[in-house]
Design a protein around this ligand. Structure first.
Ligand SMILES: NC(=O)c1ccc[n+]([C@@H]2O[C@H](COP(=O)([O-])OP(=O)(O)OC[C@H]3O[C@@H](n4cnc5c(N)ncnc54)[C@H](O)[C@@H]3O)[C@@H](O)[C@H]2O)c1
Ligand SMILES: O=C(O)[C@H](O)CO
Length: 386
């Protein structure tokens, strides 16, 4: 028998029971659920990562939908329990869904949603911040200053890398990778090389047009290249940012061999998922190459770091905060609630079309649509995977 977990209840007499495994920013998501006659139960247990047992207790005997978090293991056990409780919908409050076994959800007839788009620019901005912080050694310099070690300007003090005119490499040029590439090309006038299994046509057009604009103004034009292999990016780029999904094809994409192909003074940024990098190999590489620098938002064994990483002066580490802006986190919560509503109403009130329901939720000011996602149709902004 699972132990009970602490919850906060909104609209106790609501017809549908929707559980959120964590309190989420803003109230819009709660109001949207209440407006559709949901009783909303929010887990308030003081425990950062809930176990499968905790979530089983939250699901209970009757549960129509759940909003969960990327730290939770949504597999066979949870989806079968949700299905037994009458649940039809699950949404991750994240765009990444490597913690979700979509096949298991499918098997038990539970729809899965994620929250793309609203976090694209926020995440790209953090990747850009880590890139600049690593290039200019900002964290090291800050620590030096606070330690009272600064005793005057010196020609060699915290010399870093100039980004302008260098090459930025993007692995995984999807929504976030493309937004990041644009920031680095436009903001720092870097040339672009990218690797993705799909062609990033809009990104290529942007860099071409920006290059023409610079040329017309008498400046050095920026260039782009789609690499035929990831290694080509690793060999040629001065700064490399990782933005692929985490799956079998990207697990340990960056390992001892691939690190060895990178320039000795290159910068590597990871705002995708920790296991995309073999972190043990990375620590060894950082130790052996003091001029190689990394900026990491995600870690292989989150919340832990592999031994030695914390001591590396050439590493900047932040705790998975890439999407952490107020606007974005409220938007993610709202999208997650809309994902659940979309499926609840598809099953319970067939007369209300999914498009209309979601349109109703989306109208207002909280969510700005990402054009590349919606393709002119609003409901594409809600990340329904199945
Ligand atoms: N650190 C954070 O807080 C944070 C925030 C948002 C997203 N993320 C991560 O970023 C990922 C990307 O998000 P997105 O919205 O840009 O997704 P997206 O689907 O738009 O982009 C992912 C890209 O990766 C490419 N890709 C897939 N397999 C590849 C491979 N083997 N090699 C090269 N490219 C490959 C895809 O073709 C796609 O273009 C998410 O899946 C998530 O894990 C992390
Ligand atoms: O995948 C995601 O959305 C992030 O890791 C959290 O924003």
């Amino acid at each position: 028998m699972a132990k009970p977990v602490a919850i906060e209840v909104w609209n106790p007499n609501g017809k549908y029971r929707v559980v959120s495994t964590k309190p989420m920013p803003g109230t819009r998501w709660i109001n949207l659920l209440i407006e559709q006659d949901c009783r909303v139960e929010i887990c308030t247990q003081k425990k950062t990562i809930l176990s499968v047992e905790d979530i089983l207790a939250l699901i209970g005997d009757k549960c129509d939908g759940v909003i969960g978090q990327l730290t939770e293991d949504w597999g066979e056990t949870l989806f079968s329990a949700l299905s037994r409780a009458g649940g039809k919908a699950f949404s991750n409050m994240a765009v990444g869904y490597n913690n979700v076994d979509v096949n298991a959800a499918n098997k038990y007839g539970v729809a899965v949603g994620n929250t793309p788009g609203v976090l694209t620019e926020t995440t790209a901005e953090l990747a850009a911040s880590l890139s600049v912080a690593a290039a200019r050694r900002i964290v090291e310099a800050d620590e030096f200053m606070r330690a009272g070690l600064y005793d005057g300007w010196l020609p060699h003090l915290f010399v870093g890398n100039l980004l302008k005119g260098q090459t930025v490499g993007v692995i995984g040029a999807g929504r976030i990778g493309s937004a990041y590439a644009r920031m680095m090309v436009e903001g720092f006038k870097m040339n672009l090389i990218y690797y993705d299994i799909y062609q990033a046509t809009r990104l290529e057009k942007f860099v071409t047009a920006y290059g023409q604009f610079l040329k017309a103004n008498g400046e050095q034009p920026v260039t782009w290249k789609r690499a035929s292999s990831m290694d080509e990016v690793l060999r040629e780029a001065d700064l490399i940012s990782l933005h692929p999904v985490l799956d079998k094809t990207t697990y340990h994409l960056i390992n001892k061999e691939s690190l060895a192909t990178m320039k000795k003074e290159a910068i590597l940024v990871n705002c995708s998922r920790g296991p995309v990098i073999d972190e043990v190999a990375l620590v060894e590489h950082l130790r052996e190459n003091p001029m190689f620098r990394v900026g990491l938002d995600v870690f292989e064994d989150e919340p832990y770091m592999k031994p030695g990483l914390a001591e590396m002066k050439n590493a900047i580490v932040v705790p998975h905060i890439a999407s952490a802006s107020k606007w974005t986190r409220e938007g993610m919560a709202t999208l997650a609630a809309l994902n659940v509503l979309a499926y609840l109403f598809q099953s319970y009130e067939r007369s209300e079309s999914r498009e209309r329901l979601i349109y109703k939720g989306m109208s207002g000011d909280a969510i700005m649509l990402d054009e590349s996602l919606c393709d002119g149709r609003l409901y594409h902004c809600v990340g329904l995977i199945i």
